[in-house]
Write a protein that binds this ligand. Structure first.
Ligand code: PMP
Length: 408
């Protein structure tokens, strides 16, 4: 007998199951709209040209070795990462109230933040972490694993395939003070629906009045709009408004460094006389949490991102690469929309072009998604989310015509 006879079988991760089914499909026109990674117009992974250059620079640098990084990671990366997300002229950085730790990509950053909040954030009545409904599925698992209770705020309105503004604001108005609110900084996953700047201002107003704590997850800066500052606007606005907050930052999508696991966690202390002291104490605890879990973060992806972020010429090239990726995605949104309009596909499809970032909530139902997979070999998650990166000039017409047939 095993001591683990009672371990229940966990369900397989639905996304990885989808990937396996797609791989096993031998149909030549099969389409993968599940993939959460950028693909070029040939449906192939794309190494950013600037990343190739940075790779070359690092591989040929005789001063580099494979020693351990410090617990907090590569300092040249974490400081540049803070400037990237907070703005180079950030008063929070100048006031020394920002603490930055390199993490195992965005997932590790959300986890480190969750662990820190579970241990140190005062929640006198066992206040919850509010995540959007729906959200990136891993948010649920990560916060559950550190023992934080989860609640949901309405986010997506099915009738308009857009933001459920009344639901979202009512939920924030009724959340207990000191609740933690997980916010997607831009390119909301899985819906592709972001608040407008006016709506962000209203969200900040409610959150300040009701003493809610913001935790921003930013996995798509620059990848969403092609404009790094625009995609960080909400975070920078909240900091201007004097919030104390956490940020989980991923370099997976915007550098195409998925498997290198490059990311950062930032804690920004509230402005005030003791801010620098709070930051120091928080930093000392983050060091213990990091040490106990990973000792120190991985070095190679961090070097590549750091090389690009700290060299003005390479940074400019990176911005151009970001425009290549975001531009192709915007073009695919338009191509899909135009084709559906041309086919007079029943329903409205404006949300395809209104939504932003890698993902789009199409509004397709579960039976329609099933039919697309069985009859057309088009793979997507059963909630009707598609990855725009899976579309290209060769398959977009096929996909539009399949959508047309399943909704009729
Ligand atoms: N947060 C969100 C909302 C995401 O979509 C992702 C990527 N799927 C992540 C975090 C983190 O991904 P990674 O760990 O690969 O950086």
């Amino acid at each position: 007998a095993s001591a683990f006879d009672a371990v229940p079988m966990a369900p397989t991760d639905p996304l990885f199951g989808l990937m396996a089914a797609y791989k096993a499909d031998t149909f030549d026109k099969k389409v993968d709209l599940g993939v959460g990674a950028y693909r070029d117009d040939n449906a192939k992974p794309w190494i950013l040209p600037v990343v190739k250059k940075a790779d070359e620079i690092n591989r040929n640098d005789p001063s580099l070795n494979h020693e351990y990084l410090p617990i907090a990671g590569l300092a040249s990366l974490t400081s540049a990462a803070a400037k990237l997300v907070l703005g180079g002229d950030s008063s929070a950085i100048a006031d020394k109230r920002v603490v930055s730790f390199q993490t195992i990509s965005g997932t590790g950053a959300v986890h480190l933040g969750a662990l820190f909040l579970a241990k140190f954030y005062p929640r006198p009545e066992n206040q919850s972490v509010y995540v959007s409904n729906p959200t990136w599925a891993n948010h649920h698992q990560i916060f559950q694993n550190v023992g934080l209770p989860i609640a949901q705020y309405p986010y997506f309105a099915k009738d308009i395939c857009g933001l459920d503004w009344p639901g979202l604001t009512a939920s924030l108005e009724s959340a207990a003070p000191r609740s933690i609110i997980l916010l997607h900084a831009c390119a909301h996953n899985p819906t592709g629906v972001d608040p407008t700047q006016e709506q962000w201002k209203a969200i900040a107003e409610i959150m300040k009045r009701r003493q809610l704590f913001p935790f921003f997850d930013t996995a798509y800066q620059g990848f969403a709009s092609g404009d790094l500052a625009k995609d960080a606007w909400a975070i920078q606005y909240f900091i201007q408004e004097g919030f104390e907050l956490c940020i989980a930052q991923s370099f997976a999508k915007n550098f195409g460094l998925y498997g290198q696991r490059a990311g950062c966690f930032h804690f920004v202390a509230a402005p005030g006389a003791h801010a620098e002291d709070v930051a120091k104490r928080v930093s000392s605890q983050l060091a213990i949490l990091t040490r106990s879990e990973i000792s120190n973060p991985p070095i190679y992806g961090a070097r590549i991102a750091s090389t690009v972020l700290n060299d003005p010429a390479l940074f400019k090239e990176w911005e151009a690469d970001l425009c290549t990726m975001s531009g192709r995605i915007v073009a695919m949104r338009k191509a899909l929309f135009d084709k559906l309009v041309e086919l007079k596909t029943p329903g409205t499809w404006d949300h395809i072009t209104n939504q932003i970032g890698m993902f789009s909530f199409t509004g397709l139902s579960e039976p329609q998604v099933q039919k697309l997979r069985e009859e057309f070999h088009i793979y997507m998650t059963k909630n009707g989310r598609i990855s725009m990166a899976g579309l290209n000039t060769r398959n977009v017409e096929y996909v539009a015509s399949a959508f047309d047939q399943v909704v009729r």
